[in-house]
Design a protein around this ligand. Structure first.
Ligand code: HEM
Ligand SMILES: [Cu+2]
Length: 647
């Protein structure tokens, strides 16, 4: 293979990207070397098995991916701003909407939420860590290297260009030759291992490691939403794994599962993809519901209204999410009866979702609302999400969908749900739990600026798209007709508004790090659930002494009774797992194996795969028993972080 087949050439934007990658990488290497931080990076982060640090790494990576996916979005919106413009050519546009969609869903939304779950769930249930901390590290590195594999396609080999749904036969070897689609298949496969493992890990954690006394219906609502999400993951991800594997075998080894020749079934891919894909959208929506519920009840200073109804509606939504996948291709031609069944099941989802909306409103009703930044995100979510939901019901009507199908109406709908639901929730959750993670609050004034830019930009960007869709503009086109100009131009302005909002958000992280006062109470907002019972930043063992739970909102009870999680008399040495470099190395090896497979270098891939197996064998002989934190050390840490020393 020649070098110019290996690197992507011929596009000024991509050369720019290459230069940027080289510059940023060299800068990072220089800074780490100059400040002698390599050892620190390895010991504190790359080898950590602490759920809080893993969570932080998830969120940092997800923010980087939001930046990448956002740049893709802005480039697309720039191209679509004016008719007959050649900022991007058709091929490049195809690649960008593919990577944008994939990055946003797989490498941004899901990891962001899993990152928050990592940090918050063990704290909310009064646990010391995940059930399997080592597996948790494996999960993270599998996501991280999967994301990296997918992202380098941009400069090495070429990006996938068949859409984030990767429909066959378009995505098959005949119509999409070259490494692009292989990057998609193997990047998702590598990351998928970790997601499935997290689902199992977190489920076991929630079911088995709750604080003494905590019953299922005393769990905080975010923990509930995480638990249900884990169930969805466990049932949905194996479908994706199989589908990806079959298409990989089709492409690389010449089988005929999804081809038009050789009696393959191209629509089978669409079915398998959406049997995973529709539940996937609930994987990124249900935890968001959980976050909003926590934020709303905290800042309404009220118990969550209709907690039981909330839990049951999450469960029902999760169940229904597996029964609606055909609404993604009503035009397949399955016939009126099949379409009707899936149309009805789709619209049924609106019922439990409506229940939740009324519960949030019920919580707000006659309450004293505190308009903090996190609360603003939650308040803005409710009406915005309703717009997305109602238009979803419209799309769910099979007959109407023949008209809306693959138009901008659809683009507007799913951005309304994904951004107002998931992205707002990520920002709300990050702002809300930030003090737990870093021991200081984000600046409220900057936070509000970011919020307003993003919120207004969001509506300006996506509301017009419903009308462009009605006007007949299809999705996935790179040239617009002159009559679609005005609304498209407005939409693009909105997109840049969101970009500014995001930039302010990131600046806020830097600003707060420099200027925000340290948060010493541990209970930054007057919280109701157990995570606020720990000092900030949370010590490695989470709880010095485990609380005992008798009711929902366990921390409220503790505050009333004057209890603490630091009872000096009850302290005992705490057992902790040791750090380990194995998860990182194992996944790095699998990364190389996948990379070799992308380029169809089969012997090399086999060697690396064998390396991965050897790592697993080595790990199975690992008798590392961890270590204990002494009582004296616990006392020192707690006193320091609770600010008890300078009294
Ligand atoms: C930040 C503002 C965003 C803007 C301006 C934006 C814009 C766009 C545009 C212009 C398209 C291509 C439409 C087409 O040509 O068919 C698109 C597609 C898509 N977007 Fe976004 N987007 C944004 C955020 C997001 C987020 C947060 C998510 C998910 C969490 C997301 C998921 C998707 C998906 C799945 C597609 C479909 C890709 C495909 O057709 O294969 N977007 N977006
Ligand atoms: Cu769906």
């Amino acid at each position: 293979m020649k070098l110019d087949e290996f690197f992507v050439t011929g596009e000024p934007l991509i050369y720019g990207g290459m230069v940027a990658i080289v510059l940023v990488t060299s800068a990072i290497i220089f800074i780490l070397t100059y400040f002698k931080k390599w050892k620190w990076l390895w010991q504190e982060w790359l080898t950590t098995v602490d759920h809080k640090k893993i969570g932080i790494m998830y969120i940092l990576s997800a923010l980087a991916m939001l930046f990448r996916g956002g740049m893709d979005a802005l480039m697309m919106r720039a191209q679509l701003a004016v008719p007959n413009w050649n900022f991007l050519n058709a091929q490049h546009y195809n690649e960008i909407f593919t990577t944008h969609g994939t990055v946003m869903i797989i490498f941004m939304a899901m990891p962001f939420l899993i990152g928050l779950m990592n940090i918050v769930v063990p704290l909310q249930i009064g646990a010391r860590d995940f059930a399997f901390p080592f597996v948790n590290a494996i999960s993270f590195w599998s996501f991280f290297f999967g994301a990296m594999l997918f992202n380098i396609s941009f400069v090495i080999g070429g990006s996938p260009d068949a859409g984030w749904t990767s429909y066959t036969p378009l995505a098959g070897a005949a119509m999409s030759p070259g490494p692009g689609e292989n990057f998609y298949l193997l990047g998702l496969q590598l990351a998928g291992i970790g997601t499935l493992a997290t689902g199992i890990n977190l489920m076991v954690t929630i079911l088995k490691m709750r604080a003494p006394g905590m019953k299922m219906f005393q769990m905080p609502i975010f923990t509930w939403s995480s638990l249900i999400t884990c169930f969805i993951i466990i049932f949905a991800f194996p479908i994706l794994t199989i589908a990806l594997a079959l298409l990989t075998i089709d492409r690389i080894f010449g089988s005929q599962f999804f081809t038009l020749t050789g009696e393959g079934l191209p629509m089978m891919w669409a079915n398998l993809f959406w049997m995973w894909g529709h539940p996937e959208v609930y994987i990124v929506i249900l935890p968001a519901f959980g976050i909003f519920s926590e934020v709303i009840s905290t800042f309404a200073h009220k118990r969550l209204f209709g907690y039981n109804a909330m839990v049951w509606s999450i469960i029902i939504i999760a169940g229904l999410s597996f029964l609606v996948w055909v609404h993604h291709f009503f035009t397949m031609g399955a016939g009126a009866f099949v379409n009707s069944v899936f149309s009805v099941s789709t619209m049924l989802i609106a019922v439990p979702t409506g229940v939740k909306i009324f519960n949030w409103l019920g919580t707000l009703y006659k309450s004293k609302i505190e308009f903090s930044t996190a609360m603003l995100w939650a308040l803005a979510f409710v009406p915005s999400f309703v717009i997305g939901g109602v238009t979803g019901v419209m799309l769910g009507m099979a007959s109407a969908d023949y008209q809306f199908h693959n138009s901008y109406f659809l683009i507007a709908h799913f951005h309304y749900v994904l951004i107002a639901g998931t992205v707002f929730a990520c920002f709300a959750g990050l702002t809300y739990w930030y003090p737990k993670m870093f021991g200081l609050k984000l600046n409220e004034r900057l936070g509000k600026w970011a919020f307003w830019f993003f919120l207004i930009g969001f509506h300006v960007c996506f509301l017009p798209q419903y009308f462009i869709g009605w006007d007949g503009m299809p999705r996935r086109i790179f040239y617009i007709m002159p009559e679609w100009f005005t609304l498209n131009f407005i939409s693009t302005i909105g997109a840049f508004g969101m970009g500014i909002g995001f930039a302010i958000f990131i600046y806020n992280v830097y600003y707060s790090y420099r200027y925000s006062p340290r948060e010493e109470t541990g209970d930054a907002w007057g919280g109701r659930t157990l995570e606020w019972a720990t000092p900030t930043p949370v010590p490695p063992y989470n709880f010095a002494t485990l609380p005992e739970v008798h009711q929902l909102d366990a921390f409220m009870e503790m505050k009333e009774k004057g209890e603490t999680t630091f009872e000096e008399k009850k302290l005992q040495p705490i057992h902790m797992p040791n750090n380990s470099g194995k998860p990182f190395i194992m996944m790095l090896i699998l990364f190389f194996a996948s990379f070799a497979l992308v380029f169809e270098w089969i012997p090399l891939a086999a060697i690396f795969l064998a390396g991965g197996f050897i790592m697993m064998i080595i790990r199975s002989f690992d008798y590392d028993e961890g270590y204990h934190i002494s009582v004296a050390e616990i006392k020192r840490l707690e006193r320091e972080r609770r600010g008890l020393d300078h009294e």
